[in-house]
Design a protein around this ligand. Structure first.
Ligand SMILES: Cc1ncc(COP(=O)(O)O)c(C=O)c1O
Length: 370
């Protein structure tokens, strides 16, 4: 039977999938009556936020009766200095997810398309579908990386936003400098290239691996928009703050569709403090690289493959359907992310853990995948 709300809901909303976030630790512990569960499901920073950020936030609490600075001036000025761009080239969002939605709303007309490749971050599809825009996913390389030729072959006169994550979630793959330049050279005149660099600071820990630099692409072409976030390397996923770097005219249109006060005063203050925590950033990137190296060396099993990654997670081909693998890991107190919803039904994604937790994560994986 059709519920009453069904008849009132536009078709593109009825067709939306609900985003399934990683299972919270508390939920698993409650369900299984256990303690000490490990969550490696949401690509969070296991080192947490920098202690100096935590120490600085209480000073903001007495000002919570005031609305935040809607322009986020202090944070934008600090970011402009850090990245050597004008203040007007920076836009803040409630996480970089918010900016993705803003990009679609601001720039993609009803007949225009959002294009990415398969096995990209699910929010690209959601952002397009929520707005009722057409979403297109081009094939990847056999190693699940961005196949630039396939992406270019998918360009149509309606292509408006081409979104590429580098490193990409969930595959951990990066766009090479040459591929990025090729993509930009072929980009239709009326389209924009969104380079999602949510994990870029982790990739910097792999200087020997060539990967595209979004800011250099932006310097070469004003149709580039770079997305960054404080949720990953800065360990501030709970505060919800991300930023876009782009041409001032593009940032201006984003500002028109963004909700006023979309970034809270605590988020602005925390991000500003975090930006100076260079040692924390370096330590987090080094820790992630070391763990990815260990995961790749130590996780084995028939048909099992741990993909290379320049981010803070690895994609694991389980060689069998991965939902039972996910469930078996839950019973061992380890929460990973099953990848069926991402079109990879035999894969799981495993984020880096605290150093003292990693042996348990590896032992559980080896046990379940044996
Ligand atoms: C590739 C990618 N982009 C963007 C985001 C969004 O991050 P946030 O909205 O927390 O900034 C994520 C989060 O998982 C991600 O993996």
């Amino acid at each position: 039977m059709v519920s009453w709300i069904d008849e009132l809901t536009p078709a593109h909303v009825k067709g939306l999938d609900v985003y399934q976030p990683g299972k919270p630790i508390e939920e698993l512990e409650r369900e299984l009556g256990i303690s000490g569960a490990i969550k490696v499901a949401s690509n969070e920073n296991p080192l947490g936020p920098s202690p100096r950020v935590v120490a600085g936030l209480p000073a903001e609490l007495a000002k919570l009766h005031l609305y935040p600075d809607a322009g986020g001036f202090a944070l934008r000025r600090a970011l402009a200095t850090r990245y050597g761009v004008d203040l007007a080239q920076i836009s803040l969002g409630n996480g970089s997810n918010d900016l993705l939605y803003q990009l679609v709303l601001a720039l993609c007309g009803p007949d225009e398309e959002v294009l990415t490749h398969r096995y990209a971050f699910l929010s690209y599809r959601l952002a397009a579908q929520v707005a009722g825009r057409t979403f297109v996913a081009a094939p990847t390389t056999p190693e699940l990386g961005c196949d630039v030729d396939a992406l270019i072959a998918a360009f149509t006169p309606r292509t408006k936003l081409v979104v590429v994550g580098t490193p990409n979630n969930p595959t951990g793959t990066v766009l090479t400098t040459a591929d990025a330049q090729k993509l930009l050279a072929a980009l239709p005149a009326h389209a924009l290239l969104v380079v999602d660099e949510a994990y870029a600071e982790f990739a910097d820990a792999w200087p020997e691996v060539d990967h595209a630099d979004g800011l250099a692409l932006l310097a070469a072409d004003r149709r580039v928009v770079v997305l960054r976030t404080f949720s990953k390397i800065y360990g501030l996923a709970g505060l919800r703050v991300g930023f876009a770097l782009g041409d001032a005219a593009v940032m201006d249109v984003l500002g028109r569709v963004g909700r006023t006060f979309n970034v809270s005063s605590l988020a602005l203050a925390g991000a500003l403090l975090a930006l100076d925590e260079r040692a924390h950033v370096t330590a987090s990137a080094t820790q992630a690289r070391a763990q990815i190296t260990q995961l790749r060396a130590a996780v084995h099993g028939p048909g099992v493959k741990v993909y290379p990654s320049l981010a803070n997670f690895v994609l694991i081909e389980c060689g069998r359907e991965s939902t039972p693998v996910y469930t078996a890991l839950l019973k061992r107190g380890v929460i990973v992310r099953p990848m069926a919803a991402w079109g990879l039904p035999t894969c799981i994604r495993v984020s880096v853990a605290r150093d003292e937790e990693l042996p348990r994560v590896i032992a559980a994986l080896d046990d379940v995948l044996a």
